[in-house]
Design a protein around this ligand. Sequence first.
Ligand code: NAI
Ligand code: MG
Length: 503
Amino acid sequence: MSDAAVTSTDILIELLPQKAKPKAGKLFINGEFVDSLSGKTFATHNPATGDLLANIAEAGAADVDLAVRAARTAFEDGSPWRKMSPRDRARILWKLGELIRTNLEEIAELETLDTGKPIFESAKFDIPQAADCFEYYAGWPTKITGDTIPTTQGGDALVYTLREPIGVCGQIIPWNFPLQMLAWKVAPALACGNTIVLKPAEQTPLTALRFAELTVEAGLPPGVFNVVTGFGPTTGAAMVEHPGIDKIAFTGSVEVGKEIMRVASKTLKRVSLELGGKSPNIVLADADLETAAKYALGGIFFNQGEMCTAGSRIFIEERGYDEFMSVLRGRAAKMVAGDPLHPKTRLGALISEEHLNRVLSYVSIGKQEGATVATGGERIGTKGYFMKPAVLEGVTNSMRVAQEEIFGPVASVIKFADVEEAVREANNSQFGLAAAIWTRDIKKAHQIAKRVKAGTVWINTISTTDNGVPFGGYKSSGFGRELGKAAIDLYTETKTVWVDLNG
Ligand code: NAI
Ligand code: MG
């Protein structure tokens, strides 16, 4: 978790020799980089400066169609990918992890330039974890097995199941953890033998395109992995509409998730959705309050709060309120944003001016609703999209700042009287992605963990994930579980084979 930052925008300008050189982006179809058929491009910017980083090819429906055809051909019987042994598939996955590590510094810089997140996060968390994810799934191709099942119908029979790849997977990912979200989707899909058409977010296409180069180096056959860059309502929608795509895996907003389900129903695509949250971080008075407060900061302010699991509703028991809040307020007030490329920066820029303004508007909404701003909540400077992290106190769970996903560095602090109230209010939300509980009472911790409706419940920690541990949401936070063995279920069909053994 990030500790308080020690840098400020004033003292840091361009101080690192840059390894990463963003270049014009093309589409990656059938193992080759190509322009879009229309020749159209769009710009990706550096959120820390607002400067243009590169122009990127914009895929239209016809380009998506070419990518789907390439992925379909690569999937069919007899293709090099389908003929490849699980062991060789495993080797390619491992190689991809290795190549990410070999190029870590460059890829981390690209990620930081494109997202505005601190290089500390890109280089120490996001990119290494993306590499880990490929290495983790490199272990799976040789271990995906079916069952043999005893039957009582029709006399003697041998019944077994096969786990088969689903086919062409369309994967649509967001801008907050670009390469990590790619890894969470691409690694298990490849482990199971699928082929892929991936659309990175329009704000952050650079690392997906760099990864595409690595797939060539790793020896992935052409057409197995394709990248179509472009916007949601055009490129993304063309994928969801396309009858040649068998499954859509999506991470992003609830609104778009609903739209994807609606459109995908026309072709009965398999759908899995990861849609963010408003995660409760429940702190009981008997917890180690200083540690809880430090981690609460990381829980909400890591990655500028642009995090689906952000512990954005901090529930604190009345009896512990003053002690907890004095640490939280003090440390939050000391957090300053800095140049994302500086290694000491712990708080970078938000993804865009539009998003920054949306996040800031929630601070005003909170005030109008009767909350008080304990610290932060203002834009810093006019260049780049920086803001001071905000702590809102006096929040009640029915306020908009407690119910709506802000997706920025805004913590809503809510007091509670007892565990019953905490559990009731924590569950009083359309979301259910994650929750955290802080207490020294182990029994109470497990009792609350059972009652909180969330895909992940952390006890005395927050926001940790692991490639082996299933991740996903209850309620409007989506469905399907990524990572671990759960993602193998997400990317395979089960086939039953029934063999009559009578006579
Ligand atoms: P978004 O849901 O619009 O974008 C996510 C991805 O979906 C992008 O690749 C986008 O191009 C694509 N997309 C958009 N419309 C589409 C459509 N009709 N069909 C197919 N693909 C489509 O999210 P956006 O606008 O970037 O952020 C808005 C809010 O969504 C954030 O403030 C946050 O609350 C939430 N969000 C949640 C994320 C999470 O990790 N669960 C990640 C990003 C955003
Ligand atoms: Mg960008």
